[in-house]
Ligand binder design. Structure first.
Ligand SMILES: Nc1ncnc2c1ncn2[C@@H]1O[C@H](COP(=O)(O)OP(=O)(O)OP(=O)(O)O)[C@@H](O)[C@H]1O
Length: 773
């Protein structure tokens, strides 16, 4: 058992043996500073009982995507936060620097050492849960941890044997056999290539033989067995970088031997993670605020003090800078890309492009393409098209799609417009990736695009947006996607959703997450704005610009994510505290916030930091003196009291809370608060009940587990899908019957539709501007 766990258990034991009075008095000492101060200033704006949208919902929907870790300076730590010393690993108090001694790559010259969450708690990769089996190495702190930036950049930044923290975690599992029930054992979080001492002569291929075989097989993209590793220059990000960022526009000679069909050799011999390992560094991504306001203009500005930390100017978002981004020879680059993607299709994530998709219902393939006989992942004879899931086009993009002039939305990644396919007048959404900001690191920029690129061309699921093709047109990268008629945000804003409809949407989002997590991917920017819904009521997750791989095929290695990525109100607390974290529980937290938003029509808090009073109250009354200590908690022992023993709510406070939609079950009846004392366990204004008592009773259990402050205790997506309430939800679904796609409508609800003028964020923004005039 780890020293941390021992510490926690001893602490709990001591607490439980103390008298009630002692607990109360300790609570007063401990929780009062948090809760009292919060009580004083708290205006209860977060959970006011309003059936209307509170202005805070709109205002707080400043939900901006912070990608690539803003600077730790910009994203200040919560003032009262104490990162306690764990075996002398680190210590941080409310010192001026606010953080730990030691250096951090992004510390702006200041000494900071923000720990990896895995150095404090054990967690691991799904489906590898074998208590007692296999070594378990959680992330070691600092540079010994494997990190991932945005997208697919997993890098082994160090191969040191586990730190004391990691070995402690290991012993925790070995000795106790107790794993947090939402996690499974991992082998390590260090990615290393296997060592080869000698090679049998049979496997040594002469250069001449290699070239001959290559030529013979040039037409067969998958058959080449030649060995070789992916040259750095032909990595995806490098290709993209060359494609879009060569300033002088000169042809850049490829490092790839033209006689070698690189994709073929790469596809067999390069482990997925080695691509990223070779490509991306291990450090915390460079500070950068990516998300520009996109909803209601100023209302979607980043909240609070973070405005200062914006680096990118909104105006630069869609400006073309031809001088700066003269591409190199398009054909050469695109040819390389095509080859890479052919390989990528075969290998990325799932190991195979034909990995059977998990249906929205969990068991039936649900490729949403209209023509399921078309092979996804083909490449056109037209030099502009990089990827297409349908027939290879022979005409250039501009001849195949007609602009409608309609904007659907714009954000950190680019702008999304509606186009009409000339051939059949079908409409599609086209995302034009933004050009690189001047200040932006080329690698970061390319990584973001790469991420969406790879994911869009790999994932197949009814609840994930389908990428139809990716095109390079007129110095722009365009992602053509299936079009969904509504933004979920717009539907929620209509205030017309029935409770059953909300549940259906929630379950569909969970189903999409379940698929993503089963593929080793986490979205990391789940929010209402990143869910769209079609006329049939099928919800799709969009915007994979912040997605991260946490597990590669056949690997039991957890790849931690890093950086403060996501949108403030949806952020999980550990993202704001730790430099590295498991991205799966982060998605789970965000999904719970989405559900709360759909029910309450507002955010429970603006940001999960103690400086936010609503969040502070949510954290209060838990017999713990710091948020970081709460976040590193591990699952309780059977003898320990249940996690949410104090979940109670009062009539008074339920009436204060937002009224759920007409058909929603009443929030659980609860006794009136015993007192107004913020540390009173019966006070529904503090602790998890602060949020939960406003939600329908049947949802409280699982939502409570989804917003567990400790990621190790948070419900996993599998736990959630097994929850009796979730199971009972009548969800709209897509099923494949032979070549036909069939929509199965939920029996107990209809999906709200709104006028197209306000179906998307751009429309809502327009309307808002008009109203303000
Ligand atoms: N396939 C689609 N169908 C309909 N609308 C879409 C689609 N894709 C995107 N949109 C609209 O465009 C908006 C912006 O899309 P997206 O989130 O992908 O862009 P972004 O620039 O990456 O934004 P973010 O700031 O969240 O990173 C969405 O909120 C949505 O309104």
């Amino acid at each position: 058992m780890s020293s941390l766990t021992k510490l926690l258990q001893e602490k709990r034991k001591n607490e439980s043996t103390s008298s009630v009075g002692a607990v109360q008095s300790r609570s007063s000492q401990v929780a009062n500073p948090i809760a009292e101060e919060a009580e004083k200033s708290e205006t209860d704006n977060a959970l006011l009982g309003q059936s209307q949208f509170s202005s805070s919902f709109v205002t707080a929907n400043s939900a901006h995507t912070a990608t690539f870790g803003e600077s730790f300076r910009d994203r200040e730590r919560p003032a009262p936060l104490t990162i306690e010393t764990r075996g002398g690993q680190f210590r941080s108090g409310p010192s001026p620097s606010g953080l730990t001694p030691g250096s951090h790559p992004n510390s702006h010259g200041r000494s900071k050492n923000i720990p990896s969450l895995s150095s404090n708690i054990p967690y691991s990769v799904p489906n590898s849960n074998a208590p007692g089996a296999g070594g378990v190495g959680t992330g070691s702190s600092g540079s010994n941890s494997t990190t991932i930036g945005n997208g697919f950049g997993a890098t082994a930044s160090g191969f040191g044997a586990g730190s004391s923290a990691s070995s402690a975690s290991s012993s925790y599992l070995e000795s106790s056999g107790l794993m947090p029930h939402n996690v499974a054992a991992i082998d390590s979080n260090v990615i290393a290539s296997p060592k080869v001492n000698n090679v049998d002569p049979r496997f040594v291929i002469s250069k001449q033989k290699f070239q001959k075989v290559s030529q013979d097989n040039a037409s067969n993209l998958y058959s080449n067995t030649a060995s070789g590793s992916l040259p750095r220059s032909s990595s995806l990000s490098s290709q993209l970088g060359n494609l879009f960022l060569n300033k002088n526009g000169k042809e850049v000679s490829s490092n790839v031997n033209p006689s070698v069909p690189t994709h073929a050799s790469q596809s067999r011999d390069i482990p997925n993670n080695s691509v990223s390992s070779a490509t991306y560094g291990s450090s915390i991504p460079k500070p950068m605020r990516a998300r520009q306001s996109s909803f209601y203009g100023s209302s979607r500005q980043p909240s609070g003090s973070y405005q200062d930390s914006f680096i990118g100017s909104p105006s630069s978002l869609h400006e073309h800078q031809p001088n700066q981004y003269m591409p190199r020879s398009r054909h050469s680059s695109i040819a390389d890309l095509k080859r890479f993607f052919k390989k990528g299709q075969a290998q990325q994530l799932s190991g195979s492009p034909s990995t059977p998709p998990v249906s929205a219902g969990g068991n039936i393939s649900s490729h949403t393409s209209n023509n399921s006989s078309l092979e996804p992942g083909s490449y056109s004879s037209n030099g502009d098209t990089i990827y297409t899931s349908t027939v290879s086009p022979t005409l250039p993009y501009s001849k195949r799609y007609a602009k409608t002039g309609e904007n659907l939305g714009a954000g950190a990644g680019g702008s999304v417009k509606l186009v009409r396919r000339v051939q059949d007048s079908k409409v599609f959404a086209v995302k034009e990736f933004r050009t690189k900001f001047e200040h932006e690191n080329k690698r970061d920029y390319v990584k973001k695009i790469t991420s969406e690129y790879c994911i869009g061309t790999t994932l197949r699921h009814a609840n994930i947006i389908e990428t139809v093709e990716i095109v390079y047109d007129n110095n722009r990268i365009l992602q053509v996607m299936e079009y969904c008629d509504y933004d979920l945000f717009a539907i929620v804003m209509s205030n017309k959703m029935s409770y059953e409809e909300i549940c259906c949407c929630f379950k569909q989002i969970l189903t999409g997450i379940s698929y993503l997590h089963s593929m080793g991917l986490a979205h990391r920017d789940l929010k209402l704005d990143n869910c769209v819904i079609n006329k049939d009521g099928i919800v799709k997750l969009i915007d994979f610009g912040a997605a991260a791989v946490f597990s590669y095929p056949f690997s039991k290695t957890l790849v931690e994510s890093s950086g403060i990525v996501g949108s403030d109100p949806y952020l999980a607390p550990e993202v704001c505290i730790f430099s590295k974290y498991d991205p799966r529980p982060v998605d789970i937290w965000s999904a719970a916030i989405i559900f709360a938003c759909m029910i309450l029509k507002k955010f429970p808090w603006k940001i999960p930091k103690l400086k936010d009073n609503s969040f502070k109250l949510f954290c209060s009354g838990r017999n713990c003196d710091s948020l970081s200590a709460l976040v590193v908690r591990t699952p309780q022992q059977p003898s320990d009291p249940p996690a949410y023993e104090n979940v109670v709510s009062s009539e008074e406070n339920s009436s204060k809370a937002a009224t759920p939609p007409a058909s929603a079950p009443e929030p659980s009846p609860s006794p009136a608060p015993a007192s107004n004392n913020p540390v009173d366990p019966g006070n529904p204004n503090i602790g998890p009940q602060r949020l939960l008592h406003s939600l329908p009773e049947e949802s409280q259990h699982i939502i409570g587990r989804m917003v567990d402050l400790a990621p190790a205790c948070r419900a996993s997506i599998d736990d959630i899908m097994r929850d009796s309430w979730i199971e009972s939800i009548d969800m709209c679904d897509v099923v494949e019957e032979g070549f036909n796609i069939k929509i199965i409508q939920g029996a107990n609800h209809k999906h709200t539709q709104v006028d197209q003028s306000e179906a998307h964020i751009a429309g809502l923004e327009k309307k808002k501007k008009k109203q303000n005039r």
